[in-house]
Unconditional design. Sequence first.
Length: 561
Amino acid sequence: MKKHLLSFAIATLTLGFTACEDVPAPYTVNSGNGEQPTSGVLLEETFSSSLGSFAAINVVGNYSWAVSYSCAQVTSYVDTDGDGTKENNAAESWLVGPKLDFSKIESAHVSFEYILRYANASEVKSNYQVLVSSDYSNSPASATWTALNFNATQGSDWDTWYNTGKLNIPAEFMGKPEVTVALCYKANAKAATWEVKNLKVETGEGDTPGEGGGEGGGEEAGVKELPYAEAFSTTLGGFKNYTTSGSGEWIIDFSTAKATGYDNASKVTTAGTYYLVSPEISLAGQTEAHVAYEYILRYDKGQENQQLYISTSFDETKPAEGWVLLNGTHTEGVDWTNFAKADIAIPAEYMGKNIRLAFRYNTNAESGSTWEVKNFSIAAGKPGEEQGGGNENPGGGEDVGDPSQSNGDFENWTGGKPNNWTTTSTAGNASLSQSTDAHGGKYAVEVGGTNSANKRLGYKEMKLPAGTYTMTFYTKAASATGGSVRPGYVPIKDDGSVGSYVYGDYTNDLTQGEWVLVSHEFTLSAETTVCLVIMNSKNPGGNVLIDDFTLTDGTGKVYIK
């Protein structure tokens, strides 16, 4: 493991990297004529060898941002006494950017890549913030700050970087002559490590709250509809931690959601009770539904210590109350390889209601179990019925065409689904149906929408070589509700889970009367397995039609037509 090898290195490095040091371009915030640019990149720092134009400022403690492992890093988990034992230390450490002139800027956003580890889940939103100010001088405490919509995803290794997406800077800062962007790290009883690289401030609209890139970053905030799934491979997704006694929490480890009171390093078990609570899930219109997941349970000390609950009245101020036991029997395993499967019918009295589900773990201070959970899903139907991760087709349609075609024209259908437009990952989660209101040929695909969540049409997973690609397609609204779409792609990891979604621009104000051509260009720096997606935005959330999709590369080679 690469981290925490030199306890005093962070404080020492801070003295060596100052905001005045010469660094490789780019880090200049002004254009060549001495004026702030009015479009494009306003500020860019890689943090690969220096903090560049940023300043590290400590408010609590002396645990500064510094360059380490080719990124800006901060932690207050250090050896302060020099006895070789690291401790959690209280801290408030700022990484403050230069003043930017927004006098002629109409919209702007911030983005960067990051790794966050060892944070208390309940403190992620409050202790690791991206902020902006128009009255900053030299003291963070004396300025007025506005927090951007950043809710970090915790990582499970030091190799997987997450992307913030485009963090929108509020309109109130546009037109201001001195705008400052800063990152603020805080530590209380537990000190995390936060790493940041490739930070940019750019002109243009950012993501609507809840639209950010990054798996589990809240892209589909609000009430979930069936089917809903979380792999727990790299993030807890829409689930949240609630520790109701003692200490401890659910974490991502070994590509699962894991709960245990036992710390392997210290060989100590810490008492605690913690719930992993799902987002609100709608069972409106359902007559049957079931929840399924895979798990490993080791060192069981009693079935009452690992249970699945259901509730229609969850109150986050009283997270231990209002639950009804749904599954209290889990089989103890004999290794860390073979997962058991649970598939439970949801009782009839919950049909038509909004529910939450929770995995409850408990341990005393003497000894406790370890419980790992993955591939959670809730879907319509009875236990054992396959619902998939999306791409349901309630609308039906005739089987037509040639299954061997790439099917960008949506003329080829099997089993009521457009051939090749079903994903094995969660990338494609929309309800699809066959439509005869086509741009070309006989058929188009109608992509279901809802105003509670974004829905995605996804092309099957495909491996593409490094290069620049262009997606084109025609779209229009399927109803008077109107529509909004956004093209992009998502990398698919080796375990089949999705990475961070990478989107282009929105195409808004779609109507029923006009087909609109959408074109989006993206670049892959290396060979990558991806799912191409078209997001049907929850704003306004109406159904949309898609037809005549193509994918070509910079040489003119056609991949989908």
